[in-house]
Design a protein around this ligand. Structure first.
Ligand code: G4P
Length: 521
């Protein structure tokens, strides 16, 4: 493989809010020499580097709603970290970010264990067989029992765990971690912030007992025997299929265990992998350029009202100024100023390779999922829409602004934050979102960016499903369920079921149809 491509590691962090994603990202950037200080995390409203405060609403609410990308080098590898929104109401964006990565870091708070948003996001990783590495954070707090946590990850996240390190002690008495593979002990010293790496002859080395104290040592020994005796050994193939994950322990805020974790990413996480299209598989090492759009971000700079499309490069490389083929429209476009991202600074780049994520200016041409190539007509598959969970009818308050509203609804749905539906039996559009806060964002942006004041009337509904199957069955389904049927932005049939009973009934009565939670078959 081309060494430029082989050294790319593109990953995202999957975690529940407050598990420490921002903190660990900061440490990663420090190891990548991208920021000079790895001080403690600043108050949320005051983080100078937090990338996602482009949008006004984020600033007003002090939350982070848009994902972005950070590039940094480490140990000969070039990392692309696709940052994901911290707020659960924006996880649609996170779902999509996961389609652009080759691996994911699952971050778990040792006190809270596996939490709701992690479970949801892991479903997407499982669907895509994404290789996972897990970091159990906040070991300096009185967290849960180690074996219990490992058990929880295996059972709830449905993935085999293989601890690469094991902690000794916990909370105030956290002594450090033992590296099972090279028999080193990494000492934790919060006060002095110093870390020593001590080579042991094995777990029976008397030095380990001396450092740990008898109680902690005995507990560790028991866990070690359990882990090395009863658990499956690490198998790289199973890791690459997303069936098995290495587990590390540490404390992000104390910069403890983070280097080990990054090393593991450099060594274990795969370089860019083969990706599927509707025509053929695309190998990253092919000389021809190909990429897809996984995110569109509007108005990063309010003065220019611009949109940025984020591309995941899947094969080959491209040079600034080169022309590429936009497969959906059949047009040739010039990538004039592709950018890489670091915090608020966009840096214009000259070259990018398979695995990289770059931003390009979007003149309003791109949709999420669009493919760009050197000229070949292909479409990358596996970039689905996900079923939203909340729905509302959109009523325009000033009828003279209908053009503006329609443009706004369309553009915002192209960005992927909301989904837009046209009911079969009504002219009033319906929007669907993954989290309720997105309704506020939508209303705010329609008014501030498009000048359209709208009222959103919530629709109590059980859930939406994409309806697929033989045409005659689809037709009779549509006849029966016309009032609940709608078309999505790509004219695919969806049904908004008012309750679980109706969905179950439809599933039973229309056996040849599938009722899918994503737009993929
Ligand atoms: P997030 O992006 O996943 O939402 O989490 P973030 O990094 O903001 O961390 C959430 C809180 O957890 C922060 O505290 C952070 O300092 C703390 N934290 C992160 N890693 C560790 C760790 O290893 N040990 C301990 N004890 N705490 C950790 P905060 O009080 O909410 O913010 P701040 O005042 O520290 O900025």
């Amino acid at each position: 493989m081309n060494p430029e491509i082989e050294k790319r590691r593109t990953f995202a962090i999957v975690s529940h809010p407050d598990a420490g994603k921002t903190t660990i990202t900061e440490k990663f950037l420090w190891y990548g020499n991208v920021i000079r200080e790895a001080g403690h995390v600043r108050a949320k409203s005051n983080r100078s580097y937090t990338v996602s405060d482009w949008m006004k609403i984020e600033q007003q609410r002090g939350i982070s709603v848009s994902s972005s990308v950070l590039n940094f080098p480490f140990e000969g590898c070039q990392f692309n970290l696709v940052d994901t929104p911290g707020h659960q109401d924006f996880c649609e964006d996170t779902y999509r970010a996961l389609t652009a990565v080759d691996a994911a870091l699952v971050l778990i708070d040792s006190v809270n264990g596996v939490e709701r948003q992690t479970i949801k996001l892991m479903e997407v990783c499982r669907m895509r067989h994404t290789p996972i590495i897990t970091f159990i954070n906040k070991m300096d707090l009185d967290g849960r029992n180690v074996l219990e946590l490992l058990d929880e990850i295996e059972n709830i996240l449905q993935i085999k765990v293989v601890p690469f390190t094991l902690p000794i002690g916990v909370g105030k008495l956290f002594k450090g971690v033992y590296d099972i593979h090279d028999n080193t002990f990494h000492t934790f010293n919060k006060e002095e912030g110093k870390q020593e790496i001590i080579q042991m002859s094995g777990v029976d080395d008397p030095k380990l007992l001396e450092i740990s104290g008898e109680n902690w040592y005995n507990e560790f020994k028991e866990q070690y025997e359990m882990v090395t005796g009863a658990m499956d050994p690490f198998d790289r193939d199973r890791f690459l299929k997303g069936e098995m994950c290495p587990v590390f322990f540490g404390s992000a805020v104390n910069n403890f265990g983070v280097r080990q974790l990054l090393n593991a990413f450099a060594k274990l996480a795969p370089p860019p992998m083969v990706r599927e299209t509707d025509v053929r598989s695309v190998h990253p090492d092919e000389p021809n350029f190909s990429a897809f759009v996984f995110k569109i971000q509007a108005n990063m700079d309010p003065k220019h009202r611009d949109r940025t499309a984020f591309l995941r490069i899947c094969s080959g490389s491209f040079t600034r100024g080169e022309k590429v083929y936009h497969c959906r429209s059949g047009r040739e476009i010039r990538l004039a100023a592709p950018t890489a991202f670091l915090a608020k600074d966009k840096e214009v780049i000259d070259n990018a390779w398979a695995g990289d994520i770059v931003g390009i200016n979007d003149p309003g041409l791109f949709h999420i999922g669009d493919t760009l190539t050197d000229g070949e007509k292909i479409n990358f598959t596996g970039i689905p829409d996900f079923a939203p969970e909340y729905f509302a009818r959109v009523t325009l308050l000033n009828p003279l602004k209908s053009k503006q509203m329609n443009k706004g609804l369309e553009q915002l749905s192209e960005e992927g934050a909301t989904q837009l539906y046209q009911p079969l039996k009504s002219p009033v559009p319906i929007i669907g979102v993954v989290g309720e806060l997105q309704f506020d964002v939508m209303q705010f942006r329609l008014s501030s960016e498009y000048g359209a004041e709208v009222q959103l009337d919530r629709i109590p509904a059980y859930g939406i499903r994409w309806v697929m199957g033989p045409e005659t069955a689809v037709q009779s389904f549509v006849n029966e369920y016309a009032m609940d049927c709608m078309f999505d932005k790509d004219n695919r049939l969806v049904c908004l079921f008012p309750n679980e009973y109706r969905l179950n009934l439809a599933t039973k009565n229309y056996e040849t149809l599938t009722f899918s939670k994503t737009s993929l078959t």
